[in-house]
Design a protein around this ligand. Structure first.
Ligand code: EPU
Length: 417
């Protein structure tokens, strides 16, 4: 099993190019199932989750051609297999995103129920409820969701809670339904907007993506299109926090600033100087960061996917921070690992109280999920001595060549077997 070994203490300095967003790429790839035409996708990140999604789409009958890993053409002339098996869904929950498109296009879909995962129970009841409102007959048997609908019908769907992939699944399904679908209490995440712009390029009629009410007028069919995946706002945020925590200076290229307001505000509050243009952000941190309180919530508030990284920065900040996780019930597992590095953190329910200390100690730690892995890297970068991070397969699901990118800006980090 691979591990990352980090020698801490070097401030990050230099330039990094940001990759395409994992959480935008995965739904966009699934949109290819909605048409017999060809969907050309650019700026795909080279990640294990993307490879798993491409394998699943291939298994379902999509032909896939690629020149290099970032440009892919997908053609689902007809879907030969309408099943997403347990083996695939258990490694990547986002496989649930094939349900809506598969059902809308073929009138039938069978997909393994995703189980709970490290960060929480993560049920998919809202995906199911929405499709049922659109007329699907859904049975759950032997761990599989079986959905049938000769023709989905437009419906008004009020979601019980804000769900990102739930909104994406229903928006994709509604593009081929008869009549109009209105999704209320929809997710406003930039990745939902990115998917909507891909679907609109394919001929879908969608209004309101980016607001909490999305209206989709169904069309008979969608057609070939090209789409460039948006830059990864979480990868961007992760490198910014790493630079701030290490008291460095970093310039990020090929990114987007307008999807990062909540994160940039917190970095400024911590004492960082930030400058940005259309597709770049620079951050400079002079001296020790100040502690910043964090409360996660759906977009445009502070993202749960950045909570763990800010926790690491707070471990070495001036003062005390209160971090509250409101999206997932079990997303404070990095605390135990940070404590192995001598961090001063107390957990009460879904809240962590982090007292900043002068320096963390390098230690052997274990990654528990994707963003927890990133937080341990940041902790390792600012710790005294060597940190060894085990179970980094989580990291390879969502960060493209992270150790190469960090080495470029002065981190002493290497992968070992
Ligand atoms: N929820 C339900 N029922 C549902 C759907 C969601 O109860 O039918 C609950 C979840 O259990 C959770 C909350 O609603 O408590 C929000 O979950 P959401 O559905 O929004 O999460 P997701 O769509 O499964 C996506 C990202 C996550 C990110 C969350 C929140 C993708 C592929 N994944 O997950 O990304 O944390 O939104 O922003 O888009 C990551 O990249 O590390 C990651 C976990």
């Amino acid at each position: 099993m691979h591990k990352l070994i980090i020698q801490g203490g070097n401030p990050l300095r230099g330039e990094i190019k940001i990759s395409g967003a994992k959480n935008a790429a995965l739904p966009v790839l699934c949109a290819a199932l909605l048409t017999s035409g060809t969907l050309k996708v650019q700026n795909l990140p080279d990640l294990n989750d993307v490879t798993t999604m491409l394998s699943l789409l291939k298994e379902m009958g999509t032909s896939i051609s690629t020149n290099n890993h970032s440009d892919v053409e997908l053609t689902a002339t007809h879907l030969s297999k309408l099943v997403a098996p347990y083996e695939m869904v258990k490694t990547m929950r986002a496989a649930i995103l094939v349900l809506g498109p598969m059902l809308a296009r073929s009138g039938e879909a069978t997909i393994s129920l995703p189980g709970g995962c490290a960060i929480g129970m993560r049920p998919v009841d809202q995906h199911i409820k929405g499709l049922q409102s659109m007329g699907a007959d859904i049975k759950i048997e032997h761990g599989y969701i079986h959905a049938v609908a000769k023709q989905l019908q437009g419906a008004r769907i009020v979601m019980d809670m804000i769900t990102v992939t739930g909104t994406e699944n229903l928006m994709m399904a509604a593009t081929l339904a008869t009549g109009t679908t209105v999704l209320e209490n929809a997710a406003r995440e930039p990745e939902v907007v990115d998917l909507a712009s891909c679907l609109i390029a394919m001929g879908a009629k969608i209004h309101g993506a980016g607001s909490d009410i999305i209206t989709i007028e169904g069309v008979k069919s969608l057609h070939s299109a090209e789409h460039r995946v948006m830059p990864d706002r979480i990868e961007t945020g992760t490198f910014l926090v790493a630079a701030a925590a290490s008291r460095g200076e970093i310039h990020l290229l090929g990114t987007q600033t307008n999807s990062l307001d909540a994160v940039l505000d917190k970095l400024s509050e911590a004492g960082a100087s930030i400058e940005s243009g259309n597709d770049w952000i620079s951050l400079k941190m002079k001296g020790k960061p100040k502690s910043v309180n964090i409360r996660t919530a759906p977009y445009p508030a502070f993202p749960t996917d950045m909570q763990a990284q800010f926790m690491s920065m707070n471990c070495v900040a001036d003062g005390t921070a209160i971090i509250t996780e409101t999206i997932f019930e079990n997303r404070l597992m990095h605390v135990q690992e940070l404590k192995r590095m001598n961090a001063n953190i107390k957990v009460e329910g879904n809240t962590a109280i982090v007292h900043g200390i002068p320096q963390l100690d390098g230690a052997d730690v274990m990654a528990t999920d994707l963003r927890a892995s990133a937080s341990l890297i940041i902790a390792g970068l600012v710790a005294q001595g060597e940190t060894s991070i085990d179970r980094i397969y989580h990291l390879d699901r969502g960060y493209e060549r992270i150790e190469e990118k960090l080495s470029q800006v002065g981190a002493q980090i290497k992968r070992t077997n």
